[in-house]
Structures are given as C-alpha cells and as structure tokens.
Design a protein around this ligand. Structure first.
Ligand SMILES: Cc1ncc(C[n+]2csc(CCOP(=O)(O)OP(=O)(O)O)c2C)c(N)n1
Length: 533
C-alpha cells in the first residue's frame, strides 16, 4: 500500500522539490518523519527567516521552492516575509501542519482555526484538502498555480493524521507553461506609436530580470536609441546600469516622477508597475505631463488593471521586447547624453556612507550579487555601485524589512547548488538587521560565505527623513543606541569585525569574500540623512 506520505514525497521528488526550508513543530513531524535521504531540510530558527530564505533561493535558482511552517503561529511569524514573497512574485509552496482531523471540531491546541483565510490575501491559492487522499494532488495543483505568471506563493494546510492514510496513487508530475505571449495586434499598435515617437523614453523594470530578458531589453533600447530609466523601488535590475543610455532611477512620487517624463512624447514601461509611488507628492501635471503618451508591458493582469494611465499589454516581457524589435524600423534619433559620473565623497570619521559605497564598488567582484536593505542610504549605494549583469540584485518589493538578511542566505545556497558560486554581499542598515538576525545561524551552519556589510547610524534614518517630508515632528522611537551587532553575529556562529576606516574595510571585505562562512562587517557611518526625494 502506498501511503499519502510516500505518494507526496514521490511527487515532490519528480517535481525537483527536494529541499524543504522550515521550522518544525508537532503538527509537522508526521510529514517530516523518516525524512528521505535524498531530501534536504534547511532549518531556520524563525519562520520569517524560513520564508525569506526560501524566497531568495527560489529567485536565484529560478525554480519554485517549498517552505514548511508550524500551523497558525508559524504562519503568523512567516507572514511579513510572505507579503514580500507575494510582491516579489516568488513561486513558493508554503505548507503548514494542521491539528488532527479527528479532534479539530473541538479546537485542540495548535489548531489552525481558519487555515485558508490566515495567509490571505498574500497567496494565489489557499487550501486544506477535504480528504487525506487529496494531499498529493493538492501539491501538484499548488505547484502549477505558483509558477504561472504572475508567479507567487500558495498555501496548503495539512492535517497531521493524513500522512499514514492509504493514497489513491502517486500523481503525475504535470508541467504547465510559465510564459504567455503578448497579443500580436496590440504589439503592432505599440510599435506604430513608438515608430512615430520623436523622443521616446524607456523604463525597464524588474520583470525583465525575472523573464531572463536583459539581451532583449538592451537590443530594444539600442534600436530605439532611447534613454533608459529604472522604475521606483525595483526589486530586481533589468538593464545594465553602466550602459551609456542608462540615466538612473525614477523618483517614487507622482510629481517628481512626472517631471522626469517632460519632453518625451512617449514612455514605454516594461516589466514594472505604472508606477510604484511612495510618499504622496502630487505635482502640477498629475501622472503624466501634457503631450506624453504611456505604453505599458507587464506579465501581470492586475498590474495592468491598476495602472492609472496608459495602455497596457499583458504578456511575457522578454517576448514583448523581441516582438517590438522585430516591428520597429531603424532610427537616427540622437543618442541620449550619458549620465554624469558619481560624486567623489570625502570619507570623514565616522565614514560618510557614500564614501563607504564607493570603496565597496571599487572592491566589487565582477560577478557579485547585491542584496540591499539600507533605506536611508539606498540612493547613495545606487549612485556608487552600478549593477551590470543579470541576476545580480535582489531587494524586497514589499517595503517590509527583514528580507535581505535571510534572502542573501537563500541566494548563496542557490549559488552553491547551481555551481555558479557567485559572491553574495548584503548591505543592511543596523535597524533592518534586527528583523530576522536568526538567519545568521543557518548561514553559519551551512558554511555560506555571505558578506554582510552593516552601515551603523544608530537610528531609523529614513523615518527621520520621512518625518521631515511629512512635517511630523516629535515622532518617538527613531533612535537605536546600544546594539552590539558583532556580538549578535558571533553568537550565531559568524565571523564579525567592526571597521572604521576605508583601508580597514578594504582588507576586511577581501578577507570576507574569501571566507568559508558568513562574515558581518559593521561600519559606523554619519547620522546625516539625505532628503527622501
Ligand atoms: C517590517 C517593517 N517594520 C517597520 C518598517 C518601517 N521602517 C522603514 S525604514 C525603517 C528604518 C530602517 O533603519 P535602518 O535599517 O537602520 O536604515 P536607515 O534608515 O537608518 O538607513 C523602519 C523601521 C518597515 N519598513 N518594515
């Protein structure tokens, strides 16, 4: 007799899902019992870390991932990271144990009372099988749902007494496609508008990196001879930031962003929202300056629906770029002026963050992967450190802190599993560092050579900038004295150094890159905070 347990593991094996990220409890042990030797359990010490680590792993490996959480409390702990995985469009199957079916009517301890509602709305599908025999097929449906565009997390609640039940058989591992071609008629219309445009602008977003479309995006930009901008809050980078046509990052507010579009009769946004704004700063033009037409390409029907302006074409963004290249005539438009070089900044003591990032850029390994979560200094980091290759930048798309630290660990594990061994460097503010530091233990246990650079300004700097912009003086809780981050890091098994000069940073960074485990480098920086916009 094949049990539900055997049928499920057979299916997971066929789907290539032999790694389980998680944090176990009594309700998960019947699933985890007799854990097969060809499977791997990556233990995280808190569920927020388990989900974010899995998110990084899925994004860097380009494959869906399985995370196993402890019924309702584990799901609750993982929820912030699940919100991020949703916005990151990460294909993720989250499973959680459920109390025994036979007792559930009376709600024993650890009952997940409304299991399918708990992770909503940040899952594409949420389900508790009606019969034990449906568990393996539910995994198949969960997988097929998670990977289709827009990819995202799904949730299965699995009662603990299901696993020894007889199975109906082992489900067939089905394949579903993950690319949907854009409508050719709408591509024709977009191409006509672009061909007639005198001064088009391109906005290339994270969707291009996700679709593996760097070559298509570069070819389209070069064919159009148009300036290229990155949209606000891009969680991946879709265009080489050292390309002569690359102009920089668009500001995340309605008025300032619209001002950047002035003079362009057409703006083509590919693989991004229109637009991801943050503070409400309306300008004189509204969303678009007069005379500017907006065209939008996304693989997400909901992103198309909620755009306030423009015509949207839904489909795979790399295929759409290729379709436009084939349709557009050559042009002799003048090329845009390259943007100016980043400023040189005096280091000072404590260091100016921008001087630290200039040194980081000078030391940057050519195939390095950056995982940033340094809110008040992100613009300085971008100015100094251009991302020039695909799959080299992973940031949370949600605005929820606590992603970068565990995600960097999942990304490093994916680098090792895929034999790419690209160095992973996370730059994480001293405040952001505190949301999921337990993940450091997993990095140490897995001997992953992640380098964590922590600019320490002893405050929630960006919230001070926000308070100035919003004119909300007297907000409490924005200072962070008394955190001993090197001790925290050592406590979890990492190497840790505090560095105060650029020379010390250089030496410590080189050593950390060549290490065989995680290193945390804390760097005291000035508490000056740049304006939010
Ligand atoms: C989960 C979560 N909680 C709270 C916040 C609000 N928040 C945004 S930025 C920030 C401060 C981050 O501080 P730090 O990492 O030290 O960076 P700095 O702004 O000083 O550069 C906080 C608390 C958030 N974005 N996410």
């Amino acid at each position: 007799m094949t049990t539900v347990h055997e049928a499920t593991y057979d299916l997971l094996r066929s789907l290539g899902l032999t790694t389980v990220f998680g944090n176990p409890g009594s309700t998960e042990e019947p699933f985890l019992k007799n854990f097969p030797a060809d499977f791997r359990y990556v233990l995280a010490l808190q569920e927020a870390s388990a989900v974010a680590m899995a998110d990084g792993y899925a994004q860097a490996s380009g494959r869906p991932v399985h995370v196993n959480l402890h019924t309702a409390p584990g799901t609750g702990n993982g929820m912030g990271s699940l919100v991020t995985a949703w916005h990151n469009r990460t294909p993720m199957i989250v499973t959680a144990g459920q109390q025994t079916r036979t007792m559930n009517l009376f709600e024993p301890m650890l009952t997940n009372v409304r299991p399918t509602q708990l992770p909503e709305p940040y899952v594409k599908w949420s389900h508790e099988p009606l019969r034990a025999q449906d568990v393996p097929e539910a995994f198949m449906r969960a997988h097929a749902t998670a990977v289709q565009p827009p990819a995202g997390p799904v949730y299965l609640s699995l009662p603990l007494d299901d696993w020894d039940e007889p199975a109906d058989g082992v489900p067939v591992a089905r394949r579903v496609s993950t690319r949907v071609a854009p409508d050719p008629a709408m591509l024709d219309r977009f191409a006509e508008v672009l061909a007639q445009s005198r001064n088009p602008m391109l906005v290339i977003g994270p969707g291009i990196d996700r679709a593996g479309g760097w070559a298509e995006a570069v070819a389209l930009a070069e064919q159009m001879r148009a300036p290229v901008w990155q949209p606000p809050f891009a969680d991946r980078v879709g265009f080489p930031q050292d390309h002569p046509q690359f102009q920089g990052l668009l500001p995340p507010a309605i008025g300032p962003l619209a001002e950047k579009l002035v003079g362009h009769d057409c703006v083509l946004v590919v693989g991004a929202a229109v637009f991801r704004y943050y503070p409400y700063v309306p300008g004189e033009y509204g969303y678009l300056p007069p005379g500017t037409r907006l065209l939008h390409v996304t693989d997400d029907p909901d992103e198309a629906a909620r755009a306030p302006v423009g015509d949207s074409l839904v489909g795979d963004v790399a295929l759409a770029c290729a379709g436009l290249i084939a349709r557009l005539p050559a042009t002799d438009r003048p090329l845009p002026t390259p943007k100016s070089a980043p400023p040189t900044v005096e280091p000072g003591r404590p260091l100016a963050p921008e001087a630290l990032f200039a040194t980081l850029a000078a030391e940057w390994p050519a195939d390095g992967v950056l995982v940033p979560e340094t809110p008040s200094n992100l613009s300085a980091l971008h100015r100094q450190l251009p991302i020039t290759r695909p799959g080299s930048y992973f940031k949370m798309a949600s605005g929820g802190l606590g992603f970068a630290l565990p995600a960097a660990i999942g990304i490093a594990l994916a680098q090792r599993d895929t034999d790419r061994h690209r160095p992973v460097v996370a730059v994480i503010g001293d405040g952001s560092f505190q949301y999921s530091p337990q993940a450091l233990w997993t990095a140490a246990q897995q001997r992953l050579p992640v380098v964590f650079v922590v600019p320490v300004n002893q405050q929630y700097g960006v919230l001070k900038a926000f308070a100035r912009l919003e004119e909300t003086p007297g907000v409490p809780g924005l200072d962070l004295p008394g955190l001993d981050i090197p001790s925290i890091a050592r406590g979890y098994g990492c190497t840790a150094h505090q560095v105060e000069s650029l020379d010390d940073f250089r030496a410590a960074f080189r050593g950390a890159l060549g290490g065989d485990g995680p290193t945390v480098l804390t760097v005291p920086i000035t508490a000056d905070v740049a304006p939010l916009l």
